[in-house]
Design a protein around this ligand. Structure first.
Ligand code: SF4
Length: 554
């Protein structure tokens, strides 16, 4: 059936109501007020069902960003679980642990706060709404509109299609939102950001491939006295093998709640790399078990983390476009922290947009001021100093620790600079290559999930509050199922069954063979599959707005 899309016009379109997008909106409103400017139209959209529904992090927050945006953030009720009071770092082997005699400077959390990013985002949204900016949660961007070398806005998702893409009786076509400037703050590996990189290749032509981790976490309520409120424990080692990147965390939140998680590098050679399984295995270690055992698991979540830092950041602007937060790689890999940088990027984007409004010019001529602001800000030296951190671990944990030490002495340069990298999926070996290289078949540890202490993926997904309407086109688009059911099965053993932390991909028996079956409704929007699928036949596109995880306390 023919239809016309509604066209909405706005001055400023912000996509994503996470720390970066909310900071941008807040700062724009404040600058308009302080400079008595004409109030612009701002449209702030988010694909989650409420603001914060898709916000997930460890999280220990460096307050530098929020203190710059809202200096009295504590007085106006920012939800802080605790100020960090105790900091420790352990190296774990399978059964034992060795406490570091000192904290690596980058992991010293003195003055930082443990937060639930999901709660913090909800609070920041309230501060934005108090400035008369409406946030349209449940409105998801589907396509980035680029016309004649200029980003002109976004098309939102069609609602009410059946699985085959036919219009149902409740069909509502997505709207075209036309904006003078679009600020993409979608978080890690955003689908519109990906469109931007594909449609405007110059944005990434000088960037090294991003390197990702998948972080998997649970929030537990534990018996009194297991961990101090404000205590931060970081670990390296078990269960990651020493040739692979990753580590774990345990944070003492308020009310005897604990954030526990494990982040796994996606540049693994093992086609059975399974971040969820590794996280569950992590929980079997005595250091973790003595804190969690006897408690109850409340919430689950998983997301990817853009971890290569400075050299993987894209060009930050184009005609009609600014990129902020995780979408633009604003994350410090040596601290594994990005919330403060996301907020700072939002502040700088807001200042740039105000300059563009004043000059009535949204071309690169004015929007390039964003890069100048970045270069002159505290964010640039922080990111530049950790520019080689992740790359230093390419040779494994122990060489990586040596490189990190050398980078500390040399101000970030270390023994090499700007090491070339390839996309994470290209590090995965076929089963045959793995056997040739390591002398054993690829494998993962077989765990017994009792769903009381160790949880299987489906039980964990339930605890993420994830909801998708079944009757809609799959938002996981497979360009060639034949590859999945033949070549990939034979060569890699269908790694999607392992790397997805939400049991979306499953090989099911059909006759005397097996074929790939998808359950997109389980998807927690982590983007792992889009990143690490070895044949790059999986594409994550936005499902209907208001769907996906519904994180609380995460
Ligand atoms: Fe993550 Fe992809 Fe699984 Fe969704 S389907 S949870 S994006 S790996």
């Amino acid at each position: 059936m023919e239809f016309e899309r509604e066209i909405l016009e706005t001055d400023i379109l912000i996509v994503g109501a996470g720390p970066a997008g909310l900071a941008a909106a807040y700062k724009i409103a404040k600058l308009v007020e302080s400079q008595s400017l004409e109030i612009p139209e701002i449209l702030l959209i988010d694909k989650g069902s409420y603001t914060g529904a898709h916000s997930l992090s460890g999280a220990v927050m460096d307050p530098k960003g929020i203190a710059e945006l809202i200096p009295n953030f504590k007085e106006v009720g920012a939800p802080l679980e605790a100020q960090v009071s105790v900091d420790s770092m352990y190296f774990l082997s399978e059964k034992s642990s060795t406490k570091f005699p000192f904290m690596p400077p980058s992991l010293n959390n003195h003055g930082n706060y443990i937060i639930s990013l999901n709660k913090f985002t909800g609070w920041l949204a309230e501060q934005v709404e108090a400035l008369d900016i409406d946030i349209y949660a449940g409105l998801a961007g589907y396509d980035l509109l680029v016309d004649d070398g200029k980003v002109t806005g976004v098309q939102t998702v069609d609602m009410g299609l059946d699985k085959e893409g036919n219009q149902r009786s409740n069909f509502e076509p997505g709207s075209i939102i036309q904006a003078k400037v679009t600020i993409l703050c979608e978080g890690v590996h955003g689908s519109l950001t990906r469109h931007a990189f594909e449609k405007i290749p110059e944005l990434v032509k000088n960037s090294i491939s991003q390197a990702y981790l998948t972080g998997v976490k649970e929030v537990w309520e534990v018996p009194e006295g297991r961990i101090k409120q404000g205590e931060v424990i970081h670990t390296i080692g078990f269960p990651q093998p020493s040739n692979e990147y990753g580590g774990g965390w345990i944070y003492g939140m308020a009310d005897n709640k604990v954030s526990v998680g494990y982040a796994v590098g996606l540049n693994s050679p093992n086609p059975m790399n399974d971040p969820h399984n590794k996280f569950q295995q992590y929980k079997t270690h005595p250091v973790v078990k003595k804190i969690l055992e006897g408690g109850s698991m409340l919430h689950y979540g998983a997301k990817t983390i853009p971890d290569n830092g400075y050299y993987s950041m894209p060009k930050l602007y184009h005609n009609g476009l600014l990129l902020c937060g995780d979408s633009a790689g604003f994350l410090n890999p040596s601290k594994l922290k990005g919330i403060h940088l996301a907020i700072k990027s939002g502040i700088m984007a807001a200042e740039t947009v105000i300059e563009a409004m004043t000059a009535d010019d949204y071309s690169v001529k004015t929007l390039s001021n964003y890069k100048t602001k970045f270069d002159n800000s505290w964010a640039k030296p922080e990111l530049y100093k950790s520019r080689n951190f992740h790359a230093g671990f390419k040779g494994g944990l122990f060489p990586g620790m040596f490189h990190a030490g050398m980078q500390l002495i040399t101000g970030g340069g270390g023994l090499f600079d700007k090491k070339a990298s390839k996309p994470d999926n290209e590090y995965m070996l076929t089963k045959k290559e793995y056997k040739q290289k390591f002398g054993v078949e690829p494998s993962k540890v077989s765990l017994k999930f009792d769903n009381e202490y160790l949880f299987d993926k489906l039980t964990d997904v339930y605890k993420s509050g994830t909801m998708h309407e079944e009757e809609q086109p799959s938002h996981l688009q497979i360009s060639d199922f034949d590859i999945c059911n033949t070549k990939c099965k034979e060569e890699y053993g269908n790694p999607c069954q392992h790397f997805c932390p939400a049991h979306v991909y499953e090989m099911v028996e059909e006759g005397d063979s097996t074929k790939l079956q998808l359950t997109p409704s389980n998807c927690v929007h982590c983007k792992t599959c889009d990143i690490v699928d070895p044949y790059q036949v999986i594409r994550w596109v936005t499902p209907q707005g208001g769907e996906g995880p519904n994180y609380t306390d995460c």
